[in-house]
Write a protein that binds this ligand. Structure first.
Ligand code: MLC
Ligand code: AMP
Length: 504
């Protein structure tokens, strides 16, 4: 059987006239529309010289066209490489140089900036705007919709998603068709998705959550998606009477809780709310239940693994836990010092194994070998424990990482840029509790002797270097950074001293 994700999605369609996607503006696309357009785009790829196995790098705004572009990549047998729309040109340059795509698709406004990058790697360059229109669509319009879906093996690459590293350089996580299909099928079944479902889709589609969880689960269930260009609490509340399911990062829930329309009545038609990508505060969980009568289902995953654990659909969803390992996922807790497996309630590093675990990092065999053990377990870098009932708790991170509004920010990357600003002697970047974003990226800076720079000067210097979500929300100036006897900066001290700066 063809392991292609696209094949699985098209096989799941029971009635091609069924609405696959409806935009917030009311435009409706049947499964047939989606399938035919993916064929035209796949033919356009061939016309632009793309070959199966080539990378197609995409930095475009969310639209139905953008989702169809993803499907076209799968169908063609190309490797889809999505890029956060917030990334600056300086950031994109690295990804393009590393992945060497043969086609780059960008928003028309970014075309001129991307042209030299495309030329450097010999890639074709096309555009797609926020309506899904542009030069790629123009090319596709002249093509046939008939395209034979590429026959692939489970182990063949479907996508590369870049994740920043704790030591600087971003790593391209290689995900196979088998990874994506197995995880989405497991989630569809675990969360009881069927063709009766209507999912409010307000997540971006360049990351695992919006792309491989929300979209793939809905399409493999033959369900309908209500596609919002971005999360907007008013819009989501307006769609709720017609929807059955919703997926979001914790910030979506804290923002919904502030909405006066969130009531038992307004959510009566819903059957499931899922949260993930960052810790959901137990308080948010309880407040949501009190206001709506719905218990949010929290799950835990990563770019490299897709989803690993989930609270049960039936049974107790426990606030502050991420539930049980999913079917097909083995999970263990390991002592970081001794590498021995720990028992119930003992805290260590979470390791996972299963068909969801990625194939390795693109062109980084040493990093792959350092993170995937010879017995197939992937070392997540998250600290956790399993309680006597089997619920997994995430209690912290072994990796230096900040999660802001569901986006990962690696302090090292921000510190490197801050340290380059003239007048900075050194810096430490930390995450501090933030009522909206969960954690707020915060830079603690020591000025160079005689320097008088202020917060504005630092933020201005970072503007073209780092995506907006990575930029510090606040800069705190200190005379010295606290260090331990080994000379290592004590970030926990900085976090404790500044914990309240964003209020509660
Ligand atoms: C936007 N900004 C952010 C930000 N998002 N800053 C920090 N953290 C973020 N997450 C910037 C904006 O550029 C803007 O800058 C300012 O902050 C305020 O903007 P906003 O209007 O409040 O932001 P908004 O556009 O509403 O975006 C917030 C958000 C969005 C939470 C809706 O970030 C979002 O959709 N997050 C979801 C992330 C996600 O999908 N993660 C899944 C990763 S997969 P200014 O100064 O111009 O105003 C994964 C695996 C797994 O982790 O387990 O799922
Ligand atoms: P990413 O690299 O963007 O895929 O982010 C993955 C990381 O997000 C994980 O390693 C965890 O640290 C974090 N994460 C995802 N889901 C949860 C959750 N439900 N609770 C706590 N942390 C989570």
């Amino acid at each position: 059987m063809n392991a292609n994700l696209f094949q699985h999605i098209s096989d799941a369609v029971s009635d091609t006239s069924k609405i696959a996607i409806e935009t917030a503006a009311g435009r409706r696309y049947s499964y047939e529309d989606v399938i035919l357009e993916s064929g035209r785009i796949a033919n356009a790829f061939a016309g632009r010289g793309v070959k199966p196995g080539d990378r197609v790098a995409v930095q475009v705004e969310k639209s139905v066209g953008a989702l169809i572009l993803t499907l076209a990549c799968m169908r063609f047998g190309a490797v889809f490489l999505p890029l956060n729309t917030a990334y600056t040109l300086a950031e994109i340059e690295y990804f393009v140089g590393d992945a060497e795509p043969s086609l780059i698709v960008v928003d028309p406004a970014k075309r001129d900036g991307a042209a030299p990058l495309a030329e450097r790697v010999g890639a074709a360059l096309e555009t797609m705007d926020r309506e899904g229109a542009g030069s790629l669509g123009d090319l596709a319009a002249g093509e046939s919709h008939a395209f034979p879906t590429a026959v692939v093996e489970e182990d063949d690459l479907a996508a590369i998603l870049y994740t920043s590293g704790t030591t600087g350089r971003s790593k391209g996580a290689m995900l196979t068709h088998g990874n994506l299909v197995s995880n989405a099928v497991t989630l569809r079944d675990a969360w009881r998705f069927t063709s009766d479902d209507v999912l409010i889709h307000a997540l971006p589609i360049y990351h695992t959550h919006g792309l491989f969880v929300a979209s793939n689960v809905a399409m493999l269930a033959d369900a309908t998606m209500l596609f919002c260009p971005r999360f907007d609490a008013d819009e989501v509340m307006g769609l709720m009477p017609r929807a059955t399911t919703f997926m979001g990062v914790p910030t979506f829930y804290t923002r919904l809780l502030k909405h006066p329309g969130l009531t038992v009545d307004a959510t009566r038609h819903m059957r499931l709310f899922v949260s993930g990508s960052a810790p959901l505060l137990a308080e948010t969980h309880r407040e949501f239940e009190a206001k709506t009568g719905h218990t949010i289902l929290e799950r835990y995953g990563m770019t490299e693994t897709g989803m690993n654990t989930s609270n049960p659909y039936e049974g107790r969803r426990v606030a502050g836990t991420v539930g049980f390992p999913l079917a097909e996922v083995d999970l263990r807790i390991v002592d970081a010092q001794t590498d021995t497996e720990l028992g119930t309630d003992e805290v260590g590093v979470i390791e996972v194994r299963g068909p969801n675990v990625f194939k390795g990092y693109w062109r980084m065999p040493e990093k792959t070998a350092a993170e995937i053990r010879s017995d197939g377990f992937f070392i997540t870098g998250d600290l956790g424990k399993v309680d006597p009932e089997g619920y997994v708790h995430i209690v912290g991170r072994g990796k230096d990482l900040v999660i802001s509004g569901g986006f990962n920010v690696y302090p090292k990357e921000v510190e490197t840029e801050v340290d380059l600003v003239p007048g900075v002697a050194e810096s430490a970047v930390i995450g501090l509790p933030h009522p909206d974003l969960g954690e707020g990226v915060t830079a603690v800076v020591v000025r160079a002797e005689g320097a008088s720079l202020d917060e504005r000067a630092i933020l201005d210097a970072l503007a073209d270097k780092l995506a907006k979500f990575k930029q510090p929300k606040r800069v705190i100036f200190v005379d010295d950074l606290p260090r331990n006897t080994m000379g290592k900066v004590q970030k926990n001290v900085l976090r404790d001293e500044n914990a309240g700066i964003y209020g509660s």
